[in-house]
Structures are given as C-alpha cells and as structure tokens.
Write a protein that binds this ligand. Structure first.
Ligand SMILES: *Cc1c(COP(=O)(O)O)cnc(C)c1O
Length: 397
C-alpha cells in the first residue's frame, strides 16, 4: 500500500490551508526549492555554458519524459518534456493529421478546454478551408467517429465536470474507422492510472503543473506511440528536434523517434523543479492513488449534499465515470469560492456557475475533506458569500 502520510510530508502547505486546487496548480514539493537553488548556483552559476554537458541539461527533456511516462503507461523512450500544453496540442494535432492525408475533419467535444479548440482552429487556418473542427457533446463522441474523421482531439477528463471518457474504447473505435487519436491528459496525469500503451493511443499530451506539481509554468509533455514515432512529422521543426542539431545544417532532418518532438532550448530551472516534484511519485502505486481519490471525493460529495441544499452536483455520480475532481453548480459560485478562499479552503470557479474541487491523495486526508465540508456548509447556511467584495471578479478565476 502506498504510504500517503509520507507523500504528504513531502509538500509545503501553508498552516491552516485546505488545498482543493491541485488540479489547477499543485503545491510546492519541499525538495523543489533546494533543487532549484542548486541548479541556479552549483550548476548555472559554476558551470555556465558547460552545464549543458556537465550537468546533463540536454538530456532532461527525455529523462523527465520517461519519469512521467511511467505514470501514464507509456513505453520507455516515447515521452518528451517541453513547451506548454497548448503548443504540444498543436504539435500532436499537426503530426496526427498528416498521418491521414485523405481526411479533413478533426473531431472534438464541447467539454474540451478552449485552448485545445483554439489551437485546432489555428492549425486549420494554416491547412486550408477544406478542413473542419467538428464539435459534438461529450457523450456523442463515440457515435460521431466515422471514416470521415481524420483525428480525434479528446481531453480524457473534462476540466469543468470531471467527466471521464473511456480511452481504451474510444481509441479502439477510432482505429476501427482509420482515425488517429490525440489524447489530452491535463486532468489525468497524476490523477488516475493511464495506460497509453495498453489503449494503443496514438498521441498524448499533458501538463505538469496540475497533479504533477511541477510549479507555475512547468513544461508540458508529449507522447508518440512507437507505431508512429519515426514517421510523425513534428510540424514545429525546431533545431533541438533535428537529427544532429550541432551540425547546423541549413535543412531540417527530424531526429529519431520522440526526439523530433523537441523544439528549442529547454527551461532548465523549471525542469529542475519538475524533477524534484516527480520524486514524490517514486513509491506511489497509481491504483492506490485512484482508490484513495475516490474515497476522498465520495466523502466530499456525501458531506456537501447533506449540508448544502443549494449546491447541485455537476460531476458524474458514479466515481468510475469521474477523474479526480468534483464540481457543484451554484448561481453565485464565484462569490462562494471567494468566501471559501477567505476561510482558507482553496477551490476554484469555472464560468458560468461551476465550483470545482480537486482531490489529491498525495497531500489531502479525510480530515481535510471533513473540515472543508464544515466550512462550506457554514458559508452556505449563513450566506457568508453574499458581500460585494466576494462578487467582484478578479483577473484569474
Ligand atoms: C490546463 C489545460 C491547458 C492549458 O494549456 P497551457 O498551454 O499549459 O496553458 C490546456 N488544455 C487542457 C485540457 C487543460 O486542462
């Protein structure tokens, strides 16, 4: 059994705070600050340019990729870290669509995160007017897969409701119709077991600042199946994805396998923080994590439904159909979340009326859940959210 008291001790959480927002930005792993300081002074400070070789900086994107790969069921050597998730969505989509040259439709769903859809629109504007982004309701994706579709672009866990797609079943259906799959794991990596190889996923992307706790602006990752790794064109053909970057050829030759999905100079300081953050996962069994995540989220739902009649569950009731977050609808949800934050319970709000709470067994206990429910119940019962201050919208919600 995974020892979650040990993983909890690995994180810095401010005294008295109950953090239910690790699905947006994970907390600081205690070892990350020291690791970053060491990278700054002992590596950058003392080695300067020679650090690229002496300190292993150039290998970090692949090394960290493999550490994440273990958590998402990827074959070793098929994940690389870099850039931001939006960029990796574009890159995966561009590579995927080239693999189905006679098809023109990208299929996604209305529960997807807008940036994924915006990046698809941007790609289509380059490809030409014969291409189309087709959006259907999340529960209609399976039926919308046909010979007309080139690529599915699906986020496994819905960022607002936590609704989870069946990756294996959808991938199987897609392949039966000759469709290439791109999976976004933003709310899956570090949240639940993922089996990319077992599901035969084609491409996958995700970020590392949510459940993986890599810190604000931590780089993204991309997975390319071994079936495609040596023929997928990276589209963003930067020099560090070149077969031999230091030959400085005038023409682009893609590197071998996943190396071609690198673009430019990796952010070493941010990667040092991520490297330290990934240590917390070394002794975690993802099945234990999933079981405990369900315990915490079921406890939260039961507590809120017993004490807050004005809140309506917006997530699937069956835990198997959810990721590691729970959402409730409430017309004044923004103000209620502000009131919760003022009482040191941190959740977040997603327009138009979703109060969203992430459950992260690495550093959250059942006592934390009970305390959060008590505070939320008091805020709702005494209408503590009903003040002009709490209704005033901030830039980042
Ligand atoms: C968080 C998230 C993003 C954010 O992309 P960035 O480029 O890292 O800002 C994109 N897609 C999904 C599905 C997300 O959940």
């Amino acid at each position: 059994m995974t020892d979650f008291s040990a993983t909890r001790a690995a994180f810095h959480l401010p005294e008295g705070m109950i953090y239910l927002d690790g699905n947006s930005l994970g907390p600081l792993p205690r070892s990350a600050a020291a690791r970053v300081a060491q990278t700054m002074t002992a590596e950058w400070g003392d080695h300067l340019i020679t650090g690229w070789n002496a300190c292993g900086w150039m290998d970090m994107p692949a090394r960290l990729g493999d550490r994440i790969g273990r958590l998402i069921g990827a074959e070793p050597g098929h994940v690389v870290v870099g850039d931001t998730l939006s960029i990796k969505v574009f890159q995966a989509l561009a590579a995927a669509i080239k693999l189905t040259p006679d098809r023109r439709v990208i299929l996604s769903d209305t529960g997807n995160f807008p940036s994924d859809l915006y990046m698809a629109e941007g790609l289509i504007s380059l490809l030409g007017p014969e291409y189309e982004l087709r959006l259907v309701a999340p529960e209609e994706v399976a039926d919308a897969i046909s010979e007309e579709i080139a690529v599915t672009l699906i986020t496994e866990v819905d960022y607002r409701t936590g609704r989870k797609h069946d990756m294996a079943a959808l991938t199987q259906k897609a392949h039966a119709h000759g469709v290439v799959t791109v999976w976004d794991l933003a709310h899956s990596a570090g949240a639940l077991p993922v089996d990319l190889a077992g599901a035969k996923a084609d491409f996958a992307v995700g970020c590392t600042y949510k459940y993986l706790n890599g810190g604000p602006g931590a780089p993204a990752f991309i997975y390319v199946s071994p079936r495609h790794a040596d023929n997928a064109l990276p589209a963003l053909s930067g020099w560090l994805g070149h077969d031999s970057p230091f030959a400085f050829d005038l023409g682009y030759t893609p590197g071998a396998g996943i190396a071609r999905m690198r673009v430019g100079t990796p952010p070493i300081v941010q990667m040092a923080a991520l490297d330290a953050a990934l240590d917390a996962w070394d002794d975690v069994d993802m099945n234990d994590l999933r079981a405990q995540s369900i315990v915490l989220s079921e406890r939260f739902i039961a507590g809120v439904e017993a004490t807050c009649p004005d809140l309506t569950l917006a997530s699937p009731r069956d835990p198997v159909q959810r990721g590691s977050q729970v959402s409730f609808q409430f017309a004044e949800g923004y103000a209620a979340i502000q009131a919760l934050i003022a009482h040191k319970v941190i959740g977040d709000f997603r327009a138009p009326d979703i109060m969203r709470f992430g459950f992260t067994p690495l550093y959250l206990s059942e006592d934390d859940v009970d305390a959060a429910v008590d505070i939320l119940a008091r805020i709702m019962r005494d209408r503590l959210w009903d003040t002009p201050d709490f209704k005033q919208r901030k830039a980042v919600t």
